[in-house]
Design a protein around this ligand. Structure first.
Ligand SMILES: *Cc1c(COP(=O)(O)O)cnc(C)c1O
Length: 563
């Protein structure tokens, strides 16, 4: 083996390789045939440079780097230690080259951090930083910084996972082979984290969107039918009728049951405006019933009394009950259905926040005559826009809903049998929901684990708060984890302090519906529903999503101090 002496050090440079002046080559480093090391370049110890490698001028290569055949490291490229450059991978050094414009003074530096691997034929656009132990797949074109331990592939490169130091793909941030785990990149804590979920299923979402773009059936495409079938299976009902939002789901059901002027519809004042808005839109009258202090949901005892009062007054005809499963916790439907049966009322479950929740082994959405849910992005199962669905076991109701959804269509949309709306779910949203529904059961499990951990931490240390409780027989979907502060002022102080520490909170809902201006004509007053009014002044919700880490939870809890 010919030994090329350069300053009498113990490294090896093949005689066919050119080494310019002022180059430093570390101990035990080997440089093979037909390479060129340009001036002022520094190569560390124990490196291996293959055939036809060009490095320099002014390039820094750390210890232990392995550079395969046909790689050029131009000025501006820095490799930290133990970097792997696969065969024929490419670094560029000018962002927008033109052969006829001199741009060498516009070099953008590229940094490859310790332990990173750059696959064969990959291209790293200049100005990029590749994180520690990151892994760039063969042929990828990297156009954005790559975080530590990230696995990226494709053109343009996208992150598809995380990699261990040992080169194995991580499963939930832990290596299945060497058991090492990495700390999840700690971004800011958010109330809901849609990005973390997207990272898990992005390839499936992109694939599904691409399929829709190809077949072009943007309205009522095959994905809508497929989704409805899967939703019905999930909710254990005969029919799931998808629609344009949770609000339209409620509206369509009320329309299907012919609810209108003169009808009383019983519901809670402690909910999102949509619940009562749709009742009023149809000319019916929302009759509010105060909430149960333990569950935040419509009080069953007060419901009976309220129906009695309406009957006695004789002005309105009791027609339906719209119980809302607030924050993901189902109402007591056995009792509600019993009361409804006695007075011949329709039960419409507002499951906008509780899709995935359970009540005595039955699924939320299936607990009344019809159930409505929302796929608003922040709901437990959300799409990337507006969407919703109605669940029912009644063939007749389902067929009415399908007509109302398309302008009250009869045998086709140009023959109309009743008043309807444009209430369809976009095919694209269905395509996005399909992969989300696949991971939904695991996300629900994660939400439950996270809620349990919050309760464990907070019940030990924060006696000044009232925590959410879930009775036996119930499983919440944990749309929110909502606490009760001792009073309104203390809530404001706690929220402010948390905000200062970068921890967001929210108040659902600051004003009960009977006190909203829009419902002033219903004649309610402050004091009518003392529990809802009291809770509106004291509730606040803390970050809750399936990808919240234990560390983040501890930080949230630490930030909640008595005042
Ligand atoms: C979100 C929500 C709705 C409305 O759903 P959209 O999809 O936003 O129209 C209705 N009721 C409750 C309880 C909600 O939380």
């Amino acid at each position: 083996m010919p030994e090329y002496e350069c300053g009498g050090k113990d490294f090896f440079v093949h005689p066919t390789t050119e080494v310019d002046e002022n180059v430093t080559i570390g101990k035990n480093t080997k440089i093979w045939h037909f390479s060129h090391i340009m001036k002022n370049t520094i190569i560390g110890e124990n490196c291996n440079l293959g055939q036809n490698v060009a490095a320099g001028p002014d390039v820094r290569i750390g210890n232990g780097c392995k550079i395969q055949n046909n790689v050029s490291l131009y000025k501006g490229v820095t490799l930290e230690e133990d970097v792997f450059c696969g065969p024929s991978m490419v670094f560029t050094n000018v962002f927008n080259p033109r052969s006829f414009i001199k741009r060498m003074d516009e070099l953008r530096p590229t940094l490859v951090k310790t332990g990173a691997s750059l696959g064969a034929n990959s291209t790293i656009v200049c100005g990029i930083t590749i994180g520690k132990y990151a892994f760039v797949g063969a042929g990828a074109v990297v156009t954005k910084d790559v975080p530590d331990h990230a696995l990226v592939m494709g053109n343009p490169a996208r992150q598809t996972g995380w990699m261990c130091e040992c080169g194995e793909k991580l499963d939930h941030f832990t290596c299945p082979v060497c058991s090492k785990s990495i700390q999840q990149k700690s971004g800011p804590i958010s109330l809901v984290d849609l990005a973390a979920q997207q990272q898990k299923i992005l390839p499936q979402i992109e694939k599904n969107i691409q399929i829709v773009l190809t077949h072009g059936q943007y309205i009522m495409g095959p994905e809508v039918t497929m989704l409805e079938k899967k939703l019905a299976e999930f909710a254990q009902v005969r029919h799931a009728v998808s629609c344009s939002s949770g609000t339209d789901a409620l509206l369509m059901v009320l329309m299907a049951y012919g609810i209108g002027p003169g009808d009383a519809v019983f519901t809670t004042p402690f909910t999102f405006i949509a619940t009562a808005e749709v009742i009023r839109l149809l000319g019916a009258t929302p009759v509010f019933v105060d909430i149960d202090p333990a569950t935040f949901n419509l009080s069953v005892h007060k419901l009976e009394a309220s129906i009695e009062l309406v009957l006695q007054a004789g002005r309105l005809k009791p027609k339906a009950i719209v119980p809302v499963d607030l924050f993901g916790l189902p109402c007591d439907f056995d009792q509600i259905n019993q009361i409804a049966a006695k007075s011949n009322l329709i039960v419409i479950e507002d499951a906008a926040q509780s899709f995935g929740a359970e009540y005595k082994g039955r699924m939320a959405g299936s607990l009344g005559h019809a159930g409505c849910t929302s796929f608003f992005p922040a709901k437990p199962l959300g799409c990337y826009g507006d969407g919703g669905a109605v669940f029912t076991d009644s063939d007749e109701t389902a067929s009415k809903l399908k007509s109302i959804r398309v302008h009250g269509k009869g045998k086709d949309k140009y023959h109309n049998i009743c008043l309807g709306i444009n209430g369809r779910l976009d095919t694209l949203q269905a395509a996005i929901l399909l992969p989300k529904l696949e991971i939904f059961p695991r996300e629900l499990e994660s939400r439950r684990k996270i809620a349990k951990r919050y309760t464990e931490i907070l019940s030990k240390e924060k006696g000044f708060l009232t925590l959410p409780e879930v009775s036996p027989g119930y499983e919440s979907a944990w749309a929110q984890y909502t606490l009760l502060a001792p009073d309104k002022e203390k809530r404001a102080v706690m929220q402010k302090r948390l905000k200062e520490q970068g921890i967001p909170t929210a108040v659902y809902y600051p004003e009960p519906l009977h006190l909203q201006t829009v419902f002033a004509d219903l004649g309610y007053q402050r004091g009518n529903f003392p529990v809802a009014e009291d809770y509106a002044s004291r509730v606040f919700s803390i970050p809750m999503h399936p990808y919240l880490t234990y560390r983040d939870q501890l930080e949230v809890c630490k930030g909640i101090e008595p005042c």
